[in-house]
Design a protein around this ligand. Structure first.
Ligand SMILES: Cc1cc2nc3c(=O)[nH]c(=O)nc-3n(C[C@H](O)[C@H](O)[C@H](O)COP(=O)(O)OP(=O)(O)OC[C@H]3O[C@@H](n4cnc5c(N)ncnc54)[C@H](O)[C@@H]3O)c2cc1C
Length: 524
């Protein structure tokens, strides 16, 4: 080991949660060192090349951060990067077809527009739709008010937020399926129209917390969906730049191999090695450590007593779903074969109820046969992304996956099955957009194993922990926090809060707030 460096905060991982936490702490004047084992920034929020194809690794859409009530707005504004990023509106939140929905339904952005479209398609449920959307909007707004109350120390605002949350209180412990059924009975097409994009935060409506849905969909409807010009990597680069411009350090290709603890069991230092060689061990002493890596990964890096505490706290929590992503590179823009919208979600013809949403998650455990599981299509050239002006032009198909689908296969067997799934998905695209197959010049399929390998996330979980409803009543507060049982160690990732770009950034911001408080108080 060479020298030991000293920083206020060490961040393990450059996913959006780690970058947001690092940027906020660095901007606040703390010395920050961020370590990333990969050779590119951003974790899931990155853009890379496979052969000749440029691939967006995660972002299909996020709520448009330009809306002052968007959860990312004030964080990115305070970091000075909100306006440096070009947010490209993606149009309707989703176009869903097949299953109980049949002909395409487009869910527009904006609560009034969403109501109009839903009421026109499902006129007998008008009043239930209106009440439901009003509750979603209130839950979304109350979160904003609670944050404002905290930032300004306003008791009046906090009371207002609690009043806004009243409708949620009644259903605080319910699943999405329960709330949909209470509100809409057996109107399965309506449920699918409202929940078609569930795969962007969960898989099974019978296990997904309804408040999670309300927060995610509320943000989407309130702000509209957006892609980022230049891809998600731009957001990661801008956040990293805040760290380096504030005097911090960002190191790629550095694998954290140990989190050392001090005399009182507090996180006190991080060891890391070069990813390529496993050598060049270095140590950084830190007053706080922010784990952007999964809690199980952080646990394994800790000495036995702290590891046991992490295991006790997090070990039994079910993980979120993983995803497959079939990326096709086309010789021409997909509009030439009729694929014009930014996104479309295709439900299987065999699906008759929304509660069956997660049933296809095991489909990739065998070769394709019969109806395909549901998938979402991202057509990036529907916006001026700046990435695919020249062929090959990316179209990505996203669906649910589970690492157990691939257990026990040799590398060759897994690759062969991936090819057969690419054939099946390409066949479905050819059926719906004749001429599509003839345009395909490159293709690559990522699965739960790819996610686990690239992100070092357990079982390929892409959204942190499974968004299960809490067992405690609303008075116990939001059931996720970046706090860990190890002093000075915080979760700055989707595991510390909610899923997705919004969840990871919020969790990073909350982790930074807690870390800063402990740095200020000197009690780490
Ligand atoms: C295919 C796909 C599509 C998605 N689509 C969307 C979407 O459209 N909209 C949306 O909002 N969200 C989407 N998501 C989800 C979203 O991308 C993630 O929830 C979010 O980016 C997770 O960020 P994170 O900070 O939790 O960490 P991650 O992005 O998981 O990053 C963790 C980082 O930690 C690093 N790390 C782990 N261990 C170590 C170690 N020992 N040393 C150093 N570094 C380490 C990893 O290499 C990785 O870079 C998608 C995800 C995927 C995979």
């Amino acid at each position: 080991m060479t020298e030991i460096k000293k920083f206020d905060a060490v961040v393990v991982g450059s996913g959006l949660g780690g970058l947001a936490a690092g940027a906020l702490l660095a901007k606040a004047g703390y010395s920050v060192c961020l370590l990333e084992r990969n050779f590119s920034l951003g974790g899931a929020a990155s853009v890379y090349r496979v052969g000749g194809l440029t691939v967006e690794s995660s972002l299909h859409q996020t709520s448009d951060a330009r809306n002052p009530r968007d959860v990312k707005h004030s964080i990115l504004r305070d970091l000075g990067i909100l306006d440096e990023i070009e947010w490209l509106p993606t149009g309707a939140l989703h176009h869903v077809r097949g299953g109980p929905v049949g002909e395409t339904f487009a869910l527009p952005a904006g609560f009034d527009a969403a109501y109009d479209a839903l009421a026109e398609r499902f006129p007998d449920k008008r009043s239930a739709i209106q009440e439901f959307l009003a509750d979603v909007e209130r839950i979304h707004d109350s979160l904003w008010t609670i944050r404002q109350a905290r930032d300004t120390g306003s008791v009046a605002k906090f009371t207002r937020a609690l009043w806004e949350l009243a409708p949620a209180a009644a259903a605080w412990n319910d699943t999405l399926d329960e709330v949909f059924t209470q509100r809409f009975g057996g109107a399965e097409a309506l449920k699918c129209a409202l929940g078609a994009n569930l795969l962007y935060f969960g898989d099974d409506p019978k296990r997904t917390w309804w408040i999670y849905y309300a927060l995610a969909q509320g943000a989407n409807i309130a702000s509209g969906g957006a892609y980022i010009k230049g891809g998600s990597r731009q957001l990661s680069l801008k956040l990293a730049k805040v760290i380096t411009k504030s005097g911090g350090v960002v190191r790629l290709g550095r694998n954290a191999t140990a989190i050392l603890t001090g005399a009182d069991g507090e996180a006190a230092a991080v060891r890391h090695v070069a990813r390529k060689t496993g050598e060049d061990e270095q140590e950084i002493s830190a007053r706080v450590v922010l784990a952007n890596c999964a809690p199980s990964v952080a646990g394994e890096l800790l000495p036995a007593p702290a590891r046991a505490l992490m295991e006790e706290e997090f070990g039994a929590r079910p993980l979120s779903t993983s995803l497959f992503c079939a990326n096709f590179g086309l010789a021409q823009k997909p509009a030439t074969v009729g694929l014009k919208d930014f996104n479309a979600i295709v439900l299987p013809e065999t699906m008759t109820r929304f509660s069956q949403y997660g049933d296809g998650a095991g489909a990739l455990g065998a070769d394709p046969a019969g109806a395909l599981p549901l998938y979402s299509i991202a057509n990036f050239t529907a916006v001026d992304s700046g990435l695919w002006d020249e062929p090959p032009v990316l179209v990505s198909l996203l669906g649910l996956d589970n690492i157990s689908n691939w257990d026990g296969l040799s590398r060759e067997q897994a690759l062969a099955r991936r090819e057969r799934w690419l054939d099946a998905l390409q066949g479905a695209m050819e059926r719906d957009y004749p001429g599509f197959a003839g345009l395909v010049s490159e293709r690559v399929m990522l699965n739960a194993f790819s996610m686990a390998g690239y992100l070092n996330t357990p079982r390929g979980a892409v959204y942190g922990f499974e968004p299960l409803p809490p067992e405690d009543p609303i008075i116990a507060g939001f059931p996720r926090t970046p706090r860990t049982p190890v002093a000075g160690l915080y979760l700055a990732s989707a595991f510390g809060g909610e899923h997705g770009f919004n969840g990871a950034i919020l969790s990073g911001a909350e982790a930074a707030r807690l870390a800063a408080a402990s740095l200020e108080s000197g009690v780490e």
